[in-house]
Design a protein around this ligand. Structure first.
Ligand SMILES: [Fe+2]
Ligand SMILES: [Fe+2]
Length: 360
């Protein structure tokens, strides 16, 4: 399948192309150094680790990802109320959410198959189990519109990015916790305004996001058991991943403003709320946080979004001039990212106990 950009999702082929396509803001697939992962030890956090593994084994969401009787009627009523543009944004949301859920599933499964470290192997079995349920549940909703994603094909054809284990810990920890913060913020909003819940899938988000929260806890424990990952020059990497993940989310969310509007949310306010929740959670593991409420930080993110729009325009313009404009945008975006990276950060002391409750 050709991995070209898709702007409108009208057919299953479009949806599949969209999932396979890689660009700056689309969810990626990852692979890592399994031998290095084998050498990691979780002994310093053994008591908390065993408690967490017992929770995974208890599998309290085992029966959660089943549709109920009201589901189909709610889909029909809710979708009829959407404009064609809004429908597109929602489909885009489903495809990118499915791609990132499945990205976790593929990565965790590959680690499970390739490591012999018993703790990591066992953990990855549970994580892959959960993510496969999440991806499957979203895919059912795409299939309602005949837009199902062929997951086997996606696994075979999507490009993989290699990350060293420590980058996997920083990036997946963050994406799990951000996933939690995103789902719970939407769930709380629609709990207050059920009339704005235009699709039943949002009713599943509360228990669903507890899975993501727990997944994040696992990586927090791995990092706290290996404190060198959180010290010295690694702090620069943590800073980099925080910014890269936040900036990507901001730009991606702002490309579909109507989706948030339909829920009664403003994309920027939604994103800053998600950042605030994530920052509060990261005290369990990261010695620093980004100053996301600083006006200078916010201006930087706005500029990145403006540059990403200009980049899209230059791409569709094509030709030599289009290429030139793309180059200029890329340089400006790199400079903006660098300025954001150099902003002062908030130093924080790690919480004495690693584990936290999903209390938002
Ligand atoms: Fe998930
Ligand atoms: Fe997850």
């Amino acid at each position: 399948m050709n991995a070209t950009a898709v702007h409108t999702i009208a057919t299953a082929e479009d949806a599949n192309k969209k999932a396979v396509h890689s660009d700056m803001i689309s969810p990626r697939f990852y692979t890592t150094d399994f031998a290095a992962m084998d050498r990691i030890s979780i002994e310093p956090v053994r008591a908390e680790w065993d408690k967490m593994m017992a929770e995974y084994e208890g599998d309290n969401n085992h029966d959660h990802f089943q549709r109920d009787e009201a589901f189909a009627d709610e889909v029909a009523a809710g979708m009829a109320s959407l404009s064609p543009e809004m429908r597109q944004e929602f489909l885009d949301f489903l495809v990118s959410s499915l791609t990132s859920e499945f990205s976790g599933c593929v990565l965790y499964n590959e680690i499970r198959k390739n490591v012999s470290n018993p703790e990591i192997k066992q953990l990855m079995t549970y994580l892959a189990r959960d993510e496969s349920r999440h991806a499957g549940f979203i895919n059912l909703s795409l299939r309602d519109f005949n837009l199902g994603i062929d997951l086997g094909n996606l696994k075979r054809t999507k490009k993989y990015t290699f990350f060293k284990p420590k980058y996997i810990y920083y990036a997946t920890y963050l994406s799990e916790k951000i996933g939690y913060a995103r789902y719970i913020t939407i769930f709380r909003q629609l709990e207050k305004h059920p009339e704005k819940r235009f699709h039943p899938i949002f009713r599943w988000f509360d228990l669903w996001c507890n899975d993501e929260f727990r997944h994040g806890e696992s990586f927090a424990l791995i990092m706290r058991a290996n404190p060198h990952l959180l010290q010295g020059a690694n702090k620069l990497w943590i800073r980099f991943f925080l910014l890269a993940v936040y900036a990507t989310m901001y730009v991606r969310d702002h490309t579909r403003p109507m989706l948030h509007e339909a829920m009664g949310l403003d994309s920027s306010e939604y994103d800053y709320q998600v950042f605030r929740i994530t920052t509060a959670i990261t005290q369990q593991v990261f010695p620093l946080a980004l100053d996301t409420d600083n006006p200078q930080f916010r201006r930087g993110l706005e500029r990145l979004f403006a540059l990403s729009k200009a980049m899209e325009q230059a791409k569709s313009q094509g030709g030599l001039l289009g290429k030139l404009k793309q180059g200029v945008c890329a340089v400006q975006a790199a400079a903006t990212f660098a300025r954001l990276y150099c902003m002062p950060v908030i130093e924080q002391d790690l919480s004495p106990q690693v584990r936290m409750e999903p209390a938002w």
